[in-house]
Structure formats: C-alpha cells, structure tokens
Design a protein around this ligand. Structure first.
Ligand SMILES: [Zn+2]
Length: 80
C-alpha cells in the first residue's frame, strides 16, 4: 500500500491540478457562451438549449418544422 501511494501520488496531484484548471477554463467558457447565446443557430423548442449553451448537444428539425435537441426529439415526434 505504501508503494502504491509513492507510485501514484504524483499523478494524483497532477490530476487534481488539472481538474482545477479545467474548472477555471469551463467557468470562463460559460461566461463567454452567455454573451454569445444570441448567436446560436439551433435552439430546442422544448428546453431552450442551444448548441452554444450545450456544445455536446445535437439538434434536429422535426417534421413540424421545430428544432429539438436529441433528448427531446422523441417527445416532438410523440406530440405530432
Ligand atoms: Zn431539448
């Protein structure tokens, strides 16, 4: 167990530092996206998410002409 800590200790510290950097970067990114939200091309008609507020989200236009994120696309189909 002692050897384990010596071997993995430095990388755990590095991970913790990295995680903090990511959090800082993400916070900065969120501030930028809030300003850029008006420029979003896609917006979910149900939850209002955009490709700017949720960069990992994909959007599709349903048959009713409205745009939805993938999680809500099925609800859009059910409604028509
Ligand atoms: Zn949605």
């Amino acid at each position: 167990m002692g050897n384990y800590l010596i071997f993995f200790g430095p990388s755990i510290i590095r991970d913790a530092r990295h995680r903090r950097d990511v959090t800082t970067r993400r916070r900065r990114f969120e501030m930028q996206t809030r300003e850029a939200e008006v420029e979003a091309l896609h917006r979910c008609a149900i939850c209002g998410a955009t490709e700017v507020s949720d960069p990992n989200l994909e959007f599709r236009v349903a048959r009713n002409g409205e745009e939805y994120c993938i999680p809500h696309l099925s609800q859009a189909k059910a409604a028509t």
